[in-house]
Design a protein around this ligand. Structure first.
Ligand SMILES: Nc1ncnc2c1ncn2[C@@H]1O[C@H](COP(=O)(O)OP(=O)(O)OP(=O)(O)O)[C@@H](O)[C@H]1O
Ligand SMILES: [Mg+2]
Length: 276
């Protein structure tokens, strides 16, 4: 992946108040301790990526932020309010697209808009949905059904649906993971453009180190068994120093990869222990 054009044109999020505050969150699935004393925050307009080995609890943490899972202990607040149930202030983009197969592309995008923007007329809600479809280059596909679209196009619908809700917090769980390299790159450009235009606050889970380095303001490294925050890297600060960023890019990438490689090796070790 090219490192050219990496400098995302985003306003500074440093002075912004925290939008998401996670404090000492602990989560169990049954008897298994999955997340232990997780603390982190996301400022308004900030793009935070989460990296960690498979199974370390990244999706679990996103679902806690989405209000779909309740932690056993700890505090989770978005916009100063405890996250209780799922609501339209947050939007999620999944690796598996999660579109409704029996609805047209336009209806899929409009669904969230209908729920969130009851102040608008049906015509206006259609216009909002069309606007976001247009922004991801899918205006001609509005009457199609998901099965008639390629994977890349389906995920564009997923993006349009999430952004059209104009969420306070956008949660993305490996949104490009199911796409081929070319489509993933194109979608990344769409996300970068939409995020820059709208200054959305985003939490992205990804296994792709270049993606994290290029899109994020900060990267959280999540250690496994149980999941906990190992490091919080201010990438934007590094990237703002454009010359050194270019020179040091591979060093930053190596640092992430070293972490991930050790985590994957540790996970393999644990799984062998489990079997013995
Ligand atoms: N519904 C569930 N019931 C019980 N255990 C679960 C459930 N969902 C996930 N787990 C376990 O919780 C741990 C964390 O899962 P999670 O899906 O959050 O990991 P992840 O970091 O997102 O992994 P990946 O990178 O593979 O998506 C894993 O050990 C997983 O097996
Ligand atoms: Mg996951």
């Amino acid at each position: 992946m090219s490192t050219a054009g990496i400098t995302a044109s985003r306003a500074t999020a440093d002075g912004a108040p925290p939008l998401v505050e996670v404090e000492d969150v602990t989560f169990f699935y049954g008897e298994s301790l999955i997340l232990q004393n997780i603390s982190c925050s996301v400022r308004e307009g900030e793009f935070v990526s989460i990296i960690g080995a498979s199974g370390c609890g990244k999706s679990t943490l996103l679902q806690i932020l989405d209000g779909a899972l309740q932690p056993a202990a700890g505090r989770v607040e978005v916009g100063g309010k405890p996250v209780a149930a799922r609501n339209a202030e947050r939007a999620m983009v999944f690796q598996s697209f999660a579109l409704f197969p029996w609805r047209t592309v336009l209806d899929n995008v409009r669904l969230g808009v209908d729920y969130r923007r009851r102040d608008l007329s049906r015509k206006q809600r259609n216009e909002v949905a069309r606007d976001y479809l247009n922004r991801v280059g899918l205006s001609k596909a509005e009457k199609s059904y998901p099965y008639q679209l390629s994977g890349g196009m389906q995920q564009r619908v997923g993006l349009a649906r999430a952004f059209a809700v104009q969420p306070t917090l956008l949660l993305m769980d490996e949104p490009f993971g199911a796409l081929d390299a070319q489509n993933a790159e194109l979608l990344r450009e769409d996300v970068r453009a939409l995020v820059a235009q709208e200054q959305r606050s985003v939490v992205l889970v990804t296994h792709n180190l270049d993606e994290a380095l290029q899109l994020s303001d900060r990267i959280l490294l999540l250690r496994a068994a149980p999941g906990r925050v190992e490091d919080d890297i201010n990438v934007r600060e590094l990237r703002d120093d454009a010359e050194n960023w270019r020179i040091d890019y591979s060093r930053h990438r190596d640092r992430l990869w070293d972490f991930l490689r050790q985590e994957v090796a540790a996970a393999q070790g644990r799984s062998l222990e489990d079997r013995s």
